[in-house]
Design a protein around this ligand. Structure first.
Ligand code: HEC
Length: 274
C-alpha cells in the first residue's frame, strides 16, 4: 500500500510540476502568485476532463482485464465480494468502487452510473436526469445542468455499448428489463456532480487525483480478493496483462496505462486554458 501512496504522490507532484511550468510560460508576471488559487476552469470543463479519464479507465478495465481475463479463465461476477465467489468486479461495480472511494475522500465529487432500463433497479434515472437522458440517447452529446434540489452542478455523459460483452451480458441477465441491446447503443450515462461552478488548478488536480486514487482503491480490493482464492488458480500479479496469459497488472501498472492513454487529452485541456 505504501508504494501506491508514494506513486500517487509522485503523480500528483508531476501534475503540479507541469502545471506550474505551464503557468510560468503562459500567465503574465503579475498573475503568477494567484495562478494556483484563481478559478480558471468551469465546472463543466473539469467534469468533462474527469469523464474522459473515466472513459479510458472503463474501456481498459472492460477490454484488457475483464474481456481478456475471461479468455484465461478468470471470473467476473456481481457477487464478487462474497466469500464463496472467487471472481473480480464487473465493469459497473468497478465504477461503483471508484465512486465509493471518491465519496470517502475530501473532494466533493459525485459519480453515478444510471440507465432507463437498468439491471439493478436502484440505477434507474429519475426526474431531470431521466429527461436529459432521453436527449443523450438521441445525439450522445453531454448534458449539463444545475440541480436546484441538491445544489450541485451536474454533468451527464453517454455510456455506450462498446464491446460485445456489454450487450450479451445485459441481454441475458435475468433481472434485465431490456433484452435487445445492440452494439453502439447508449446503455446508460455517467452522472458527475460538484458543488462549485468553477475550480482553481489545485482543485482541478484534486478532482483528477481523487478519481485516479478511486481506481487504485477498487483495483487493490480486487487484488486482495484474489489473495483469498482457495479453489481457483491465482493469476500472477506483476507487469504483465491477461492478454499474455494468467497474469494481472499491479495497481501501479494499471494506473500507469490509464495515465498514458488519457493524460494527453487532459493535459491538452489544462494547457489550452490560458
Ligand atoms: C458480465 C456481465 C456484464 C458486463 C460484461 C457488463 N455489464 Fe453492465 N451491468 C451488469 C450488472 C450485473 C449491472 C448492475 C450492477 C449493479 O448492481 O449496480 C450492470 C450495470 C450497468 C449499468 C447501470 C445501469 C444498470 O443496468 O443497472 C450500465 C449503464 C451498464 N452496466 C453498461 C454496461 C456497458 C456499457 C458495458 C460494456 C462496456 C457493460 N455494462 C458490461 C452486468 C454487466
Amino acid at each position: 500500500m505504501k508504494n501506491i501512496t508514494k506513486f500517487l504522490n509522485i503523480a500528483y507532484i508531476i501534475a503540479i510540476g507541469s502545471i506550474s511550468l505551464i503557468s510560468c510560460g503562459g500567465v503574465p508576471e503579475e498573475n503568477k502568485a494567484s495562478a494556483s488559487t484563481e478559478n480558471v476552469f468551469s465546472v463543466a470543463e473539469v467534469l468533462e476532463m474527469v469523464s474522459k479519464e473515466n472513459d479510458v479507465t472503463r474501456t481498459l478495465y472492460t477490454k484488457a482485464i475483464v474481456g481478456k481475463g475471461k479468455t484465461q479463465g478468470m471470473k467476473f461476477d456481481e457477487d464478487w465480494r462474497k466469500d464463496d465467489v472467487e471472481a473480480g468486479p464487473l465493469p459497473a461495480l468497478f465504477l461503483r468502487g471508484v465512486a465509493t472511494s471518491i465519496k470517502k475522500s475530501p473532494v466533493p465529487l459525485g459519480l453515478y452510473l444510471g440507465s432507463d432500463f437498468p439491471v439493478n433497479a436502484a440505477n434507474k434515472f429519475v426526474g431531470k436526469q431521466a429527461v436529459l437522458f432521453e436527449k443523450i440517447k438521441e445525439d450522445q452529446e453531454p448534458q449539463f445542468f444545475y440541480d436546484e434540489e441538491q445544489e450541485l452542478h451536474t454533468a451527464m455523459f453517454a455510456d455506450v455499448a462498446g464491446a460485445d460483452a456489454c450487450v450479451t451480458c445485459h441481454n441475458n441477465h435475468k433481472q434485465s428489463p431490456k433484452t435487445d441491446w445492440k452494439l453502439g447503443d447508449v446503455m446508460g450515462a455517467t452522472t458527475w456532480q460538484y458543488p462549485k461552478d468553477s475550480l482553481s488548478y489545485k482543485e482541478t488536480v484534486a478532482v483528477l487525483n481523487s478519481y485516479a486514487k478511486g481506481t487504485v482503491d477498487i483495483y487493490m480490493e480486487y487484488l486482495d480478493e484474489i489473495k483469498a482464492f482457495e479453489k481457483s488458480e491465482k493469476p500472477v500479479i506483476g507487469d504483465k496483462w491477461p492478454v499474455e496469459g494468467n497474469y494481472l497488472p499491479t495497481a501501479e501498472v494499471f494506473l500507469d496505462s490509464v495515465k498514458k492513454l488519457s493524460s494527453y487529452e487532459t493535459m491538452k485541456h489544462l494547457v489550452t486554458m490560458n
